[in-house]
Ligand binder design. Structure first.
Ligand SMILES: *[C@@H]1O[C@H](CO)[C@@H](O)[C@H](O)[C@H]1NC(C)=O
Length: 134
């Protein structure tokens, strides 16, 4: 094998490892977004994506939930970012980052949209407000 071939294979393997969802190596996470906004208010719309996975646009009415499950990639640098819109208000942030995977204790990252901001809890942690609407 020439050095050029070796380098090519090396990078192909790296690219492959970056793409696979390594459920055999890392625990599975459940991410949930819940619309806890006041009755009669505009729906919550959002778009979430990671580097490899665009979940597209979603609309939640009051008391509706959206969830997905995933595993971190092989290199444990998975990052999901969401942009939220509620009427004229908006906010965007990382809903999951491998660097802070401990936040999603027990494998649950639960985000709750309320009128005064966006709250977070895991399976074991208490509900805390993380972001104000902008
Ligand atoms: C949402 O759920 C709360 C608590 O269960 C309930 O009081 C409220 O009426 C519900 N609102 C709608 C629009 O379903």
């Amino acid at each position: 094998m020439t050095i050029i071939n070796f380098i090519t294979y090396f990078f192909l393997i790296i690219i492959f490892l970056r793409k696979i969802n390594a459920c055999s190596f890392t625990p599975e996470y459940e991410l949930e977004i819940f619309n806890g906004l006041p009755p009669g208010s505009p729906p919550l719309t959002f778009r979430c994506a990671s580097k490899d996975n665009d979940l597209g646009y979603h609309t939640l009415n009051v008391n509706q939930t959206y969830q997905w499950t995933f595993c971190q990639n092989f290199f444990r640098n998975t990052l999901y970012f969401c942009n939220f819109q509620w009427g004229s208000k908006h906010q965007g942030f990382e809903v999951f980052n491998s660097k802070r995977s401990k936040d999603c204790d027990g494998g649950l990252c639960f985000w709750l949209a309320k009128s005064d901001g966006i709250y977070f809890k895991s399976y074991t942690s208490n509900l805390v407000k993380k972001f104000d609407w902008q």
